[in-house]
Design a protein around this ligand. Structure first.
Ligand code: ADE
Length: 231
């Protein structure tokens, strides 16, 4: 799967994709990440990428030309048909695991990171297929949301996670939050690992984990709990 990230701050992405699971997935060739500096595509002689909003108001907007030309370059050089272009914005649809699963089926994903007060609406009208928010709070730009989205999608692609990093039991699968985990030592600061986990009885362990998942979901996320009960 190929991720194409359009940004004014390409360096932000270097360290993240150079470490750990993402690095391994790139080395294995399971994912490819291309980062494009929108400023490189500005036809302005000073490489300007922002301007004042028509009608007045605070702040600057990203102008359409450099974004559109970056997009054209990506689509043309990688022969992408029906490109999926995701704009990260607090105005977008709130990201959920189900949306992430949908994106993970694509061959190419193009991500557009906004800055300043936003981007010219015509870019959204012309090229954006999905507007996504990572939550009800406002960040200074779309780079962190783009990283979050790429990470969430990439780990669903077969081969990115090892078998022992698998996601079958984790939160949001079955609409339940994950059960608590324990590792060595058996006792830490006076707190013991629950006996059942040391019992070696896998049926009992499974039942305990399910019960814990249901309990924690009921307590923390009434919305998910209701969904789970309806199944
Ligand atoms: N850009 C700024 N805040 C954002 C958010 N919450 N989600 C996605 N993109 C953003």
């Amino acid at each position: 799967m190929r991720f194409h990230i359009m940004t004014l701050f390409p360096e932000i992405f270097n360290s993240y994709f150079g470490e750990s699971i993402m690095k391994r997935a790139i080395e294995k060739g399971i994912i490819e990440v291309f980062v494009y500096n929108i400023r490189d595509f500005s036809t302005n002689k000073h490489k300007k990428v922002d301007d004042y909003p028509f009608g007045g108001g605070a702040g600057m907007l990203m102008t359409p030309q450099p974004i559109y030309d970056t997009y054209k370059h990506i689509v043309d050089t990688h022969n992408i048909e029906n490109p999926r272009v995701i704009y990260l914005t607090p105005k977008g649809k709130t990201l959920k695991q189900g949306i992430v699963k949908g994106f993970s089926k694509e061959e190419d994903i193009i991500l557009l990171c906004g800055h300043y007060e936003g981007i010219d609406q015509r870019i959204i009208d012309l090229i954006v297929t999905d507007e996504i928010s990572i939550g009800d709070y406002v960040l200074t730009g779309g780079e962190l949301p783009a990283l979050i989205l790429v990470d969430a999608i990439a780990r669903l692609i077969p081969g990115v996670l090892n078998q022992n990093e698998s996601f079958e039991d984790e939160s949001f699968e079955n609409d339940l939050l994950e059960y608590p985990h324990y590792t060595r030592p058996r006792e830490f600061m006076g707190l013991s690992v629950p006996d059942v986990l040391l019992s070696g009885n896998h049926q009992k362990i499974e039942a305990w984990r399910k019960e814990q998942s249901i309990e924690i979901t009921k307590k923390r996320r009434k919305d998910l709990y209701k969904k789970y009960c309806k199944k």
